[in-house]
Design a protein around this ligand. Structure first.
Ligand code: ZN
Length: 137
């Protein structure tokens, strides 16, 4: 089995934001020369997450609006006493910071409306790292 890994670094410009990283992940899968296996997409951050869904501006805005309302920034969170970003931690915890996508015939197996995003929940940040690892043969 072969393992290939590479990081992506993105800059975020808003408190809540979806950054499409699909092309970067596809490029890394292609560079890996792995034909069949899996691709792990992991954000090593406690206040961001990885989301797979459609790249349509209205929907992207709906998702951000939904999480903003689901976990209000100004809730009575204990963590806010020390860091003022409890809502971002909770969003990261419930959505998750890792996704796995199958790789078949050298390509990610994803639906037409399945793009890969970094979800920023505590921006702006000048460097959010996303770790991509491709396993297979
Ligand atoms: Zn914190």
């Amino acid at each position: 089995m072969k393992i290939y890994f590479k990081d992506i670094v993105v800059k975020t410009t808003k408190m809540y934001e979806l950054i499409d990283i699909t092309r970067d992940v596809e490029r890394i899968v292609s560079e890996s020369k792995i034909v069949n296996g899996i691709c792990v997409i992991h954000a090593p951050h406690a206040t961001a997450a990885i989301v797979i869904n459609e790249h349509e501006n209205g929907l992207m805005s709906d998702i951000l609006e939904f999480i903003r309302e689901l976990v209000p920034r100004d809730g009575k969170w204990k963590h806010n006493i020390i860091d003022d970003n409890a809502s971002a931690h909770i969003i990261s915890a419930i959505i998750g910071s890792t996704r796995i996508i199958p790789v078949r015939d050298g390509r990610l197996v994803r639906g037409t409306w399945q793009n890969i995003f970094l979800l920023e929940a505590d921006g702006p940040r000048h460097a959010r790292r996303i770790v991509i690892e491709v396993f297979g043969e």
